[in-house]
Design a protein around this ligand. Structure first.
Ligand SMILES: Nc1ncnc2c1ncn2[C@@H]1O[C@H](COP(=O)(O)OP(=O)(O)OP(=O)(O)O)[C@@H](O)[C@H]1O
Ligand SMILES: [Mg+2]
Length: 263
């Protein structure tokens, strides 16, 4: 069960002059893949921190399966932009740590086997004994995804998880996330400022302007989607143009350089 609802959700940082999120309304159905798309500073990470349960809405509410949410919970797994592995633990120990948060009943050998199976799902079956510092950024994010999946949360919250990964590796990781969504049937909420990434992954794209949900766009392209196959697809091309035009229109005060960096 992983249905999310935001109802008139507003959030203001304690010392700020104005809210950073204002009156957001959104329903994400169980099993859906939703991308939150918007330029730097529009409030994406703040929203994710509320969904994670680290911050409380100033007004309005956030519900999971109809229940108001207070604080973090085991039904939500999180992957951040900045690598969040414990540096003193191996890849496998990091995954085991995650499993232990939700499964107190497993013995050491069962924990090892379960962690190994999740490392295999993300293509790191042979890297369990490696320390994070010896893994590339993309591999560290795979471990973080394995850890989130291994906790068997119904909802996965990902905040620009591939923001610091180079383009080629990012494509591989996007494919991995796509495949995992098909297999695991979980609800995915994925923050990005990359238009193509959003089209590649999402069932629906939530386009944000600072503090607001400006528009919700259906991505009507059959899944699974392969970047090389769909990049010239008419639907992909027109959706990409529409979203980039929206960026230019809604973030008109951005300099061209920073826009290009964000796209
Ligand atoms: N702890 C904080 N206290 C006060 N203001 C904050 C805090 N964290 C973020 N903000 C402000 O809230 C706004 C939204 O920030 P947020 O980090 O949510 O944006 P974002 O969309 O995730 O940006 P990016 O794409 O750069 O990660 C920004 O104006 C930011 O300066
Ligand atoms: Mg952010």
């Amino acid at each position: 069960m992983g249905k999310l609802e935001l109802k008139n959700l507003t959030f203001q940082y304690p010392d700020a002059a104005a809210p950073v999120l204002e009156n957001l309304n959104l329903t994400v159905e169980e099993g859906e893949f939703v991308c939150i798309l918007g330029a730097s500073g529009c409030g994406k990470s703040t929203l994710l921190s509320i969904l994670e349960g680290l911050r409380e809405p100033t007004s309005g509410s956030f519900l999971i399966n109809g229940q108001e949410v207070i604080g973090p919970g085991p039904e939500r797994g999180v992957v951040f932009q900045h690598y969040s592995l414990f540096p003193w633990m191996t890849a496998k120990q990091n995954v085991i740590f995650g499993i232990k948060q939700v499964r107190k009943d497993l013995k050491k050998k069962q924990l090892e086997e379960l962690a190994q199976s999740y490392l295999e799902k993300v293509g790191l079956g042979a890297d369990g004994n490696t320390m994070p510092a010896q893994l590339s950024g993309g591999m560290q994010q795979r471990v973080a995804i394995a850890r989130a999946l291994a906790m068997d949360a119904d909802i996965l919250l990902l905040d620009e998880p591939f923001g610091a990964v180079d383009t080629r590796n990012r494509r591989t990781l996007q494919k991995l996330v796509c495949d995992l969504h098909e297999i695991e049937k979980k609800t995915f909420l994925f923050v990005t400022h990359d238009v193509e990434e959003a089209i590649l992954l999402a069932d629906r794209i939530v386009f944000m302007t600072p503090g607001h949900i400006h528009q919700i766009v259906d991505v009507d392209i059959p899944k699974p989607r392969d970047y090389e196959q769909i990049r010239n697809d008419e639907r992909f091309v027109s959706l990409r143009k529409m979203l980039i035009d929206l960026f230019y229109e809604k973030y008109a005060d951005y300099t061209l350089d920073s826009m290009e960096a964000k796209l």
